[in-house]
Design a protein. Structure first.
Lengths: 374, 312
């Protein structure tokens, strides 16, 4: 029997849920390889014997963040991206919610993932995800390009945007008044800006500009803000462009009772298992921003069986595209006319949707454990 | 600041939502007539309020309407209120009884306060020379250009960021009957580019000869404002002052305590502030129980809302 090991932040919610899932199946304790250890010494896998390593999110731990940033200090970064030296990275002061050097973080994350995989391969470990596909999933441009290549419907990307000025030009050129500007390496509504020029330039975003320090800083803030001064809009857009940007048409989403919604569809072994609708009063629908959710039978109040199947279909196609990832969290939207389903985002560790159960009453982690054991 | 629901009353009258069908044959007694999106009404067209106003103007009792509330007017929070202004102006000869008007009864699910969009609302004042109360919610884009109005008694602007331009408009308006002025100043993030010294013309006491109530709320420069107010001539002219929602702390609180005029006020309101208990207590004592000052909040709440990237 393979030992199930999670590459995870111990004490995190994911860790707790995964542990509970294992206990409920009497599979013993969850073995954990903490991200901090893995990022510090990726060549030292702490377990022996046949193992199954479940890759999970390194997010929300500032020590891990420091290590990953440090690992990216020598990385190949875009020309004007923020850069920290290894020491600056390791000594980064605690500053909750601050967006720091996302391109460097990504470079460090990818390097670390590769080193981890190089350690695990010769040991005959089975991995839940591969380093290469995680890396692609953490780059919205790559994810979008791969989906588009395989004919999976997505919002249309606007290419060659390098700054606010070039964004204005590109929008004029393709004749669109509303776009989403996204940090290529951000997730969970980090670095997402909804830009519109319907009634003057407006940007809706969770990015807070903090001007209280000497140098301006950006933070993820639960309170969505609307910037209407072009100088501010340019600031956030230019920052994101310097770190690596993905720009898409802002497609109006289908509505339920007047509010836009989309779906988070979790796939396990390429089959959709858990679905939750995220109903937002604003264009940025992520659950932790206080938006409503509906799952299970309540979904039938929001969309028809046919529409649901269509969404499931594109989610599963995406999961097959990233076939080396056992788990995926795919964000799918229905267009306002409800005629098309579009994949908005694919998340490598997108199965943290507690209180959502499959047809057998299992949460995502329990369903995953069953899949591994089965 | 988030308005969670529609106002239940305005100008002392309960609300009557103007219906799409079965329009009453007589004016609903003692009610404020409300136009705009009702509770749970979404996705209305940009013509919704103009259409409603046309229907209202066509009733036999249009001239009896003395109080009106206008709620959400657009399909989308970025739609400015021009159509509302145009409609009000277009029907001025029918709505001759209008005395109290609230434009912007909008809650946060319809639009965040900082997103509510206006243009120049001065035409409303020109069209309704007998208007007594004007309350506006939303500061973005708001202007009140070249206002000269003999009847207006009360002006309120609720917003999350008042611009210099809007403030100048208000301070240069001729409003000889104005008794109550309430301005929410707000936050630089939401468009407040006002420096405290720009309030000098108001504090000097030269403006608005009939002013009795002054609200300078959500002031980002709370302490500096309080310091200036302490010695400001306006303070001895008014009966009632409201400094709620701003950043006034002990520095400002102490300045107010030292003011000779503060204890002469009939009413001092400071709800939400950063003053410590001893200072609030002293201020309350000086005002001999006519002060409404709550416990305040000495802690910065902002950081609670920041979240790290989840790394999905």
């Amino acid at each position: 029997m393979r030992r199930i090991v999670a590459l995870i932040n111990p004490g995190s919610r994911r860790h707790t849920l995964l542990s509970n899932a294992l206990s409920s199946r009497n599979t013993g304790e969850l073995a954990a390889w903490s991200w901090l250890s893995a990022a510090t010494a990726p060549e030292q896998f702490p377990f022996e014997g046949p193992c199954f390593v479940r890759f999970d999110s390194p997010g929300q731990d500032s020590d891990v963040q420091r290590r990953l940033l440090a690992a990216g200090a020598d990385g190949d970064l875009p020309p004007h991206a923020e850069h920290l030296s290894k020491n600056q990275a390791l000594e980064l002061p605690a500053d909750r919610g601050r967006i720091v050097a996302p391109a460097q973080w990504y470079a460090g994350f990818c390097t670390t993932l590769q080193k981890i995989e190089n350690t695990l391969r010769p040991l005959g470990v089975i991995q839940s995800h591969t380093a290469g596909q995680i890396a692609a999933l953490f780059d919205k441009r790559k994810t979008h390009a791969r989906c588009a290549e395989k004919g999976i419907p997505t919002p249309t990307a606007l290419p060659n945007v390098t700054s606010f000025e070039s964004l204005v030009e590109t929008m004029r050129h393709v004749q669109t008044e509303r776009v989403f500007v996204k940090l290529a390496h951000g997730s969970s509504a980090s670095g997402v800006i909804a830009v519109s020029n319907q009634n003057g330039w407006r940007a809706l975003t969770t990015m807070e500009i903090d001007r209280s320090q000497k140098e301006e800083r950006f933070y993820n803030n639960r309170n969505l803000r609307m910037y209407s001064r072009t100088a501010d809009i340019a600031k956030v857009v230019n920052y994101v462009c310097r770190e690596g940007v993905h720009v898409e048409q802002w497609e109006p989403k289908a509505r339920t009772r007047g509010r836009e919604f989309d779906l988070r569809i979790v796939t396990i072994a390429q089959k959709a298992t858990h679905i939750v609708a995220r109903i937002g009063r604003t264009p940025i629908t992520n659950l932790h921003l206080g938006n409503q959710r509906q799952s299970g039978e309540a979904l039938s109040c929001i969309l028809s069986e046919e529409q649901l199947q269509d969404c499931v279909s594109v989610a599963e196609a995406t999961a097959r595209l990233f076939g080396e990832c056992m788990v995926l969290g795919v964000d799918v939207m229905l267009t306002a006319d409800r005629k098309r389903s579009l994949v908005i985002e694919a998340n490598a560790f997108g199965d943290l949707v507690p209180d959502v159960f499959d047809s057998k009453g299992r949460d995502t982690y329990t369903a995953w454990v069953d899949e591994v054991l089965g | 600041m988030a308005f969670e629901e529609h106002e239940k009353s305005f100008a002392g009258k309960k609300i009557f939502q103007f219906p799409a069908e079965k329009i009453p044959k007589k004016k609903p007694l003692n009610k404020a007539i409300r136009l705009g999106a009702a509770d749970d009404e979404y996705d209305l067209s940009d013509d919704h309020v103009p259409n409603q106003m046309k229907a209202l103007a066509a009733t036999s009792w249009a001239a009896e309407v003395d109080t009106m509330v206008v709620g959400f007017w657009g399909s989308d929070p970025t739609v400015p209120s021009d159509a509302v202004v145009k409609a009000l102006v277009a029907h001025k000869d029918k709505l001759t009884g209008l005395r109290h008007l609230f434009v912007g009864d909008i809650h946060y699910e319809e639009s965040e306060l900082s997103w509510i969009e206006h243009r120049d609302l001065a035409p409303i004042l020109s069209a309704y020379p007998s208007l007594e109360t004007l309350k506006i919610r939303g500061g973005s884009g708001l202007r009140l250009k070249d206002v000269a109005h003999d009847s207006l008694k009360s002006l309120t602007i609720e917003c999350s960021g008042l611009s210099q331009k809007t403030l100048k408009d208000v301070l240069s308006a001729s409003l000889p009957s104005l008794e109550s002025l309430e301005l929410w100043l707000g936050n630089t993030d939401y468009g407040c580019d006002i420096k405290v010294k720009e309030l000098d013309p108001l504090l000097s006491g030269h403006l608005f000869p009939r002013l009795k109530h002054l609200g300078l709320r959500c002031a980002p420069f709370g302490d500096a404002l309080a310091a200036k107010l302490g010695n400001a001539p306006i303070l001895s002219r008014i009966n009632s002052l409201d400094l709620s929602g701003g950043t006034i702390g002990d520095k400002g609180g102490k300045a107010l305590c030292e003011s000779a005029a503060i204890s002469a006020l009939n009413e001092l309101t400071i709800v939400y502030h950063f003053m410590s208990e001893p200072v609030s207590k002293k201020l309350k004592e000086l005002c001999k129980g006519k002060a409404k000052i709550d416990e305040g909040d000495a802690e910065q709440e902002e950081d609670e809302d920041r979240y790290p990237d989840v790394g999905e």
